[in-house]
Design a binder for this molecule. Structure first.
Ligand SMILES: O=C(CO)COP(=O)(O)O
Length: 249
């Protein structure tokens, strides 16, 4: 399975700076794209202007959230069909910043995943434990519950394992921890969906940098990485996209 390098720009980028960054990534991306799938998730405001800059280079376009209904009286929200209409290919759902800042429950996230799939978008469902969960030795309980409650039965998409304590802290999880969590998540997803153990691509996210990307991407079971801060310059994002690849460019 091809690995995916996904950049989550979060709430960063005005038109000028966002389009400039997308152009720089697109310019350097073609050789890196040969063996990995690249996807950029800018804020909603940049989706339509980035679509024609990224798609000719085979780079996917992701939104960072969507509403669970296809339309309706929901001031300020964005529906999945609106995203599909702009040429969006993926949507990040259940990111810990939305679970925390917007009190999103796993049940709500599950409905969003279903809405995304119905519109032909590929959901990227985020799960991850907090520092307190880790300290209380309940990581597998928390991850297992998030999988059970956020993944609809007919799930067809990507899962991202993002330990909350690793996000934006500069402290990525260790390779051993990532390997253990990948094995646990692959088994939990397969059990829940009654599929093959390795059928679902699982990304790792949390302080991924160009320097440690090659070793993280080499961990068994890792289907790619979801990158926050280091996706905000072309140099570091492309450094991660190329990490560990033979220099055929
Ligand atoms: O939240 C993340 C990606 O969705 C990770 O963010 P950082 O790479 O900045 O830690």
């Amino acid at each position: 399975m091809r690995q995916m390098i996904m950049g989550n720009w979060k709430m960063h980028g005005l038109r000028g700076s966002g389009e400039r960054l997308a152009r720089e990534i697109a310019k350097g991306a073609d050789p890196a794209c040969v063996s990995r799938d690249l996807v950029i998730a800018p804020p909603f405001t940049l989706l339509s202007s980035l679509a024609p800059l990224l798609s000719p280079h085979g780079i996917g376009l992701a939104a960072q959230d969507c509403h669970e209904d296809p339309d309706g009286a929901h001031t300020g929200d964005i529906a999945a069909p609106m995203l599909a209409d702009l040429g969006v290919s993926h949507v990040i759902l259940g990111h810990s910043e939305r679970r925390q800042n917007h009190h999103e429950s796993s049940a709500l996230i599950c409905r969003k995943v279903e809405a995304a799939q119905k519109s032909g978008l590929i959901p990227v469902l985020c799960v991850g434990e907090t520092e307190a969960d880790k300290a209380a030795d309940r990581v597998e309980d928390v991850l297992g519950r998030q999988i059970e409650e956020s993944l609809p039965r007919g799930f067809s998409g990507i899962v991202a394992y993002e330990p909350v304590w690793a996000i934006g802290t500069g402290q990525a999880a260790t390779e051993q921890d990532i390997s253990d969590r990948m094995a646990f998540l692959h088994a939990a997803i397969a059990r829940h969906l009654e599929t093959d153990d390795k059928a679902t691509r699982i990304l790792y996210g949390g302080s991924v940098k160009p320097e440690d990307a090659a070793s993280i991407l080499a961990v068994p079971g890792v289907g790619g990485v979801l990158v926050g801060g280091a996706s905000l310059t072309a140099e570091s994002f492309l450094g991660i996209a190329r990490a560990g690849l033979k220099p055929a460019y």
